[in-house]
Design a protein around this ligand. Structure first.
Ligand SMILES: *Cc1c(COP(=O)(O)O)cnc(C)c1O
Length: 354
């Protein structure tokens, strides 16, 4: 029987291995890991593989993904990476810990924690220059004071996030700043912060080279575990698997055609006016996969095929001399953006291999 196409093959054992290698590596520096599942839509079997590999928490940006994992029987400390006012009640009910930067949201969380007779744990995110989420250092003292006054909430940690919006690299300077902030807050408010979460997959090089990691004792890792790379230079991390995800699509047309379209060129399906190079006649292959399914720019073909272009439902490849026939499979590896879109497409079947 032929396998379903398009499909993404997911090696759970490779993901487990990656989580294990990273848990050991960071564990040597007393850094615990949150396995970040948002890139795979909170796929329960992947979260399970991460937990088997040694991550201590599962973190996701979507409460729906956390619900899905809980319903599938995954048991761990669940962390919500992105908290919104309108979801406060669901956050309290479903997440053990949430990352926060707004007092109004914390008030709502406190309110619903009381309603549901729960204690909700929060990590306060600090702005260290990347300019995505974070409380400005200047405002932090007052922010913590207000948070401490809210019943049914417990501040369990401080965190920061870099290399996401501003592309700011984690280095000794900003990591030291985070440690300094933590020491100050612990002293000022006579509290002890269990979690000091220094960042994400971009923190690898810093952590490896740092003489002194200060108070940092946690990282939140998605891409490193899933794709085996750090994210400052997108270099592979030694001993990690980088091909745990493989995408397969079906050839639906394979013909010799000219490389130059015939007739007057107007706008393409997406409003661009394309231009072409004349390379003469060549084998052109169409696969049943398109921009509705995948971030086409993220695809890397495994057999040197060249992607010529794509519309909603078709990707056109230079077939070279591979003699591809209709019904054949073409396989690709993916970067993080591609993984995200492939996992989100309802048309791509997720197939787990062990
Ligand atoms: C997505 C996300 C992460 C994980 O980032 P990776 O680069 O995949 O390791 C960590 N922290 C926050 C707040 C995130 O939103």
């Amino acid at each position: 029987m032929k396998s379903f196409m398009p499909r993404i093959e997911i090696s759970l054992s490779q993901i487990r291995d990656n989580a294990q290698v990273l848990s050991k590596l960071y564990g040597q520096k007393n850094i615990s890991l949150m396995g970040v599942s948002k890139g795979v839509l909170g796929e329960p079997s992947i979260a399970k593989a991460m937990i088997q590999g040694g991550v201590k928490f599962i973190a996701d940006s979507r409460i729906e993904n956390i619900q899905k994992m809980k319903n599938a029987g995954i048991s761990t400390r669940f962390v919500l990476l992105r908290t919104s006012l309108s979801q406060a009640e669901s956050v309290v009910k479903n997440a053990d810990i949430s990352l926060n930067t707004e007092i109004e949201t914390l008030k709502k969380l406190s309110y619903y924690a009381k309603v549901h007779n729960k204690n909700h744990q929060v990590i306060i995110m600090v702005e260290l220059g990347d300019l995505r989420e974070g409380v400005l250092i200047h405002d932090l003292s007052q922010f913590i004071r207000k948070t401490l006054s809210l019943p049914h909430l417990k501040i369990v940690g401080i965190g920061c996030n870099l290399a996401c919006y501003g592309g700011i690299k984690p280095d000794d300077k900003n990591m030291h700043e985070l440690s300094k902030v933590v020491r100050f807050l612990e002293k000022e408010f006579n509290i002890s912060l269990e979690i000091v979460s220094g960042g994400n997959s971009a923190n690898y090089e810093w952590c490896k080279s740092a003489q002194d990691i200060g108070k940092i004792n946690n990282l939140r890792l998605g891409e490193s575990i899933l794709l085996g790379c750090e994210t400052v230079n997108r270099k592979a991390i030694p001993s990690l698997h980088t091909l745990a995800f493989q995408l397969f699509a079906e050839v639906i047309e394979s013909k010799k055609k000219p490389s130059l379209p015939l007739g007057e060129i107007c706008q393409d399906a997406f409003g661009n006016v394309p231009s072409f190079q004349d390379r003469g006649m060549g084998q052109r292959v169409i696969i049943a996969l398109g921009r509705q399914d995948i971030l086409v720019s993220s695809l890397k073909t495994n057999n040197k095929l060249e992607i010529l272009g794509a519309s909603s439902d078709h990707i056109i490849l230079d077939g070279k001399n591979l003699n591809l026939q209709i019904g054949d499979e073409v396989s690709f590896s993916l970067d993080y953006g591609g993984l995200l879109s492939a996992m989100t497409s309802p048309f791509i079947r997720k197939q787990f291999i062990n």
